[in-house]
Write a protein that binds this ligand. Structure first.
Ligand code: UD1
Ligand code: CA
Length: 460
């Protein structure tokens, strides 16, 4: 590491009482992604290539995907959390800028950090903080000034009535010289309304000890400067969701009525696809070009080939080829591989199945653990009986060859193999394999009892 390498400490421990949740605050998701990952990205994008995130031990470190973590055992306040972070960067040289930011501020952007850093470097400060003008400052730390000069940051709970009137707030983003922060943290006290070690008090200490402390006011105004409650989570989600949708639209995706559509961070959609109202597209999903998705589709962790239509359906963890028709009202459960030009139609549930090109399951079927060849037509109401009651939870496979025609309301009792070019008659219960080119009829013969009805009614 060079003297110039920049380091960021992201504070992400603590319980987040105001969320009223069993889930640690920074793990609450915004557009499918833990909120803490947004400020981590902002820091990295602004050139803080080395990031240490301070967490409590109820947060799995895997969330951070390789970003270094440091533990704060007991949540004693942001100042104590910064101390925990510093212990992980002890060996880094002092010349570098040390960014400290809260992990509950997903709306912070690379540009905000860059401008604070430029201010820090240009003014040769020992410490700087990013402030902002807040419409509703309640709950946030206020920047107290004497004229223009910075005096201190006071937390809402410690503020006097007149300090509470101040609208300039602390965004929770700071840059320090490392040794200066180390020194100030040694002198923190928790003698305040919350009994916590406040990181904000370092600035007061430094100022009082002849260090240069700068306050940079953020150029833009945000509706929130931290997510403490579910209401603020919804505000942040709304903003990040609009950014995701705007980006997709700018890259050539049509979104009709964007306010009705939710698309997770990281979802990829190619140009000329149309997203109709009421869609939720989540997780690790990739959608090709020229698709029509919706109205009302939920697609999670799926790959969808170009030209495919999905309407009024749920698709989970499956791969769907090009030019397929899914829905209305299909339930594509996890583990399917559907090839090109496949149709999964109305009230069809399909799971862990492979369907080759040009095969159709148009109506009212359950297909599970099946391998279906190409050009197959599966008649309405067909059921694969894959569940073996006798063998516990074993699921038996069904194999259906190419060009097979399954008559309506067939019951395919697995394990069973219906070979290429075979037919099953409507209403059959198929319990044995069907050889190639064979028609299987598995139903009792119809008996017509003439005049039976008349006799029954006593007039025959
Ligand atoms: C903090 C600031 C406040 C500022 C606001 C901006 C302090 C004392 N106050 O208040 O001036 O306006 O952020 O959003 O710093 N954390 C830990 N360990 C702890 C406590 C908190 O890691 O012991 C982490 C949390 O995960 C959170 C961040 O630090 O991401 C901020 O903590 P929070 O309790 O939300 O601080 P605020 O009260 O919002
Ligand atoms: Ca906060």
């Amino acid at each position: 590491m060079t003297n110039k390498e920049k380091v960021a400490i992201v504070l992400a421990a603590g319980i987040g009482k105001r969320m009223h949740s069993k889930v640690p605050k920074v793990l609450h998701k915004i557009c499918g992604r833990e909120m803490v990952l947004y400020p981590i990205d902002a820091a990295k994008d602004a050139g803080f290539s080395k990031v240490v995130v301070v967490i409590s031990d109820d947060i799995p470190k895997e969330v951070f995907n390789g970003v270094e973590v440091a533990y704060q055992k007991v949540p004693l306040g942001t100042g104590d959390a910064a101390r925990a972070g510093l212990s992980a960067v002890k060996f880094f040289p002092d010349g570098a800028s040390l960014l400290v930011l809260t992990g509950d501020n997903p709306l912070i952007k690379k540009e905000d950090i860059e401008s604070l850093n430029a201010f820090f470097e240009k003014g040769k400060f020992d410490a700087v903080v990013l402030s902002a003008e807040a419409e509703n400052p309640s709950g946030l730390g206020r920047v107290v000034r004497d004229g223009d000069a910075f005096v201190k940051i006071v937390e809402e709970k410690d503020a006097t009535e007149s300090e509470k009137q101040i609208k300039e707030v602390n965004t929770g983003i700071y840059i320090f010289k490392k040794s200066v922060l180390e020194e100030a943290l040694l002198h923190l006290s928790n003698d305040n309304a919350q009994g916590e070690y406040y990181l904000t008090d370092t600035l007061y200490y430094l100022k009082a000890h002849g260090k240069s402390v700068g306050v940079k006011k953020m150029e833009r105004v945000l509706p929130i400067y931290g997510v403490n409650t579910r209401k603020e989570l919804a505000v942040a989600t709304h903003i990040i969701q609009s950014e995701i949708l705007d980006n997709l639209m700018l890259k050539g995706v049509t979104i009709i009525n964007p306010e009705t559509v939710s698309i997770d961070y990281g979802v990829e959609i190619e140009s000329d696809t149309v997203i109709l109202p009421g869609c939720l597209i989540q997780g690790n999903t990739k959608i090709g070009s020229g698709c029509e998705i919706g109205p009302n589709a939920r697609i999670v962790d799926a790959e969808v080939g170009s030209g495919t239509h999905i309407q009024f359906s749920v698709v989970l963890d499956s791969r769907i080829g090009e030019n397929c028709e899914i829905g209305p009202f299909s339930y594509v459960r996890p583990g399917n591989e559907l090839s090109n030009s496949v149709k999964i139609g109305t009230f069809v549930e399909i799971k862990k199945s492979k369907v080759a090109e040009n095969s159709k399951i148009p109506h009212l079927s359950y297909i599970g653990d099946a391998t279906v060849g190409k050009n197959v037509n599966i008649g309405a109401g067909t059921i694969t009986c894959n569940y073996s009651g006798l063998q516990g939870h074993v699921k038996n496979p069904t194999f259906i060859g190419d060009n097979v025609f399954i008559g309506s309301h067939s019951t395919l009792v697995a394990p069973v193999h219906i070979h290429n070019n075979a037919y099953t008659a409507a209403g059959s219960v198929i319990t044995r394999d069907v050889p190639e080119w064979t028609l299987a009829i598995g139903r009792s013969k119809q008996v017509n009892k003439e005049n039976w009805v008349k006799r029954r009614k006593g007039n025959g």
